[in-house]
Write a protein that binds this ligand. Structure first.
Ligand code: R7I
Ligand code: MG
Ligand code: MG
Length: 349
């Protein structure tokens, strides 16, 4: 069904945007939201979904700025042109440097601009004493690649690696982006009108990451397959019955930080957990439940919200995204159009 698939492409782009816009006001270091703040979150989501009211639009941050640049480049070049992507990242940063970029990545932008993009490989490699960044900046912007490579998983892996390495070369940073892209890829290929088998969703990711982490150098990491292990934790948490795992337990085991390893598995968990009701979150809408839950975990809320939104949006499609809520998010029309264009390029019709 091509109209459903188009809606899923839009949904992923819009989900990435909405999670970022709605999540950024709650960015609070590492703590999960207090009960009072969770109520504020519930009320503010209710209000955004309710009758339209005039309010300043909610601004997006670096997550969406970079997602936008990447999508634009893929749409205009119709293939991956890494230098073009790098130029767009840098241009957009210097145009609007106050979008909340990671503290380290700015150095990469300065170096790239400094030598006029003659060498786009070295600046990222030099980050953090030549170890490269393991931040979640590669994963947070990867949705357009998952859409662009809808029909070719091997091409997806290769493309994710190349675009991530513009800024993030640490194995854990790159593999986090691969895992996030793989989760979106799987969501796109599933039918939202059938019950989601959450266990097989995780098992498929474990299989993929096992392959990827096995094929790579450990680079002296204490744990050579960290994502495979964290996905095992996701599987255990998602299998708990009753009210599901306690938030403290989720945070202790999965994390909510700017580290890709402690945020990408968390986003995947949020998407899966939201298949069922969650206490303290009043909504019938599983897309909303997923991002509201992600934000309630605190920490890097814009990014975990955005990554959760990109996965959930790719699964449910645009239909499940409240249109009033979207109108409160900066540039939502542009993100919808980019979802459409990626669909037209990526899907043989
Ligand atoms: O990964 P990155 O683009 O940051 C993305 C985050 C998201 O939450 C955005 O919403 C925005 O708020 O920032 O930027 P980086 O600077 O590469 O990485 C983010 C942070 O992770 C760094 O500033 C460091 O604090 C930390 N970090 C590291 N610290 C020590 N050693 C990343 N890699 C390392 C490392 O190797
Ligand atoms: Mg951000
Ligand atoms: Mg963030």
């Amino acid at each position: 069904d091509l109209s459903l698939l188009r809606s899923k492409f839009r949904g992923s782009m819009l989900g990435a945007l909405i999670g970022d816009c709605l999540g950024s006001p709650y960015d609070n270091g590492y703590n999960y939201l207090s009960n009072g703040m969770k109520l504020v979150l519930q009320k503010s989501f209710d209000k955004l979904e309710g009758p339209m009211f005039k309010a300043p639009v909610m601004q997006f941050t670096d997550d969406s700025a970079m997602t936008y640049s990447l999508a634009k480049s893929l749409v205009e070049q119709k293939e991956l042109e890494v230098v073009d992507v790098a130029k767009r990242f840098v241009k957009s940063y210097f145009l609007e440097p106050n979008r909340g970029y990671g503290a380290g990545v700015v150095t990469v932008f300065q170096k790239l601009r400094g030598d006029k993009f003659a060498d786009i490989v070295t600046p990222a490699k030099q980050q953090f004493n030549n170890q490269g960044s393991w931040g979640n900046g590669g994963a947070m912007r990867v949705a357009p690649v998952a859409l662009f490579c809808y029909e070719n998983y091997d091409n997806l892996l290769d493309t994710v690696r190349k675009v991530t390495q513009i800024t993030h070369t640490h194995k854990v940073g790159v593999d986090g982006a691969i895992l996030q892209a793989a989760a979106i890829y799987q969501s796109l290929h599933l039918n939202p009108n059938e019950t989601l088998n959450v266990i097989s969703f995780v098992d498929d990711l474990i299989q993929k990451m096992d392959q990827i982490e096995k094929d790579e150098e450990g680079l002296g990491l204490a744990e050579p397959q960290p994502y495979k292990i964290q996905l095992g934790v996701v599987k255990a948490l998602i299998s708990e019955d009753g009210d599901g795992p306690d938030v403290k337990d989720v945070l202790k085991k999965l994390g909510n930080s700017v580290a890709a390893l402690y945020s990408v598995p968390t986003a995947i968990f949020c998407f899966l957990r939201a298949q069922k009701p969650i206490s303290g979150i009043q909504t019938e809408n599983p897309f909303r439940r997923a991002i509201q839950y992600a934000i309630s975990l605190g920490g890097d809320t814009d990014t975990i919200g955005s990554m959760t939104g990109a996965i959930a949006g790719a699964y449910y499609g645009e239909e499940k995204i409240n249109s009033n809520m979207l109108q409160h998010c900066e540039s939502s029309e542009e993100f919808r159009v980019l979802g459409d264009k990626l669909f037209e390029i990526a899907v043989k019709q």
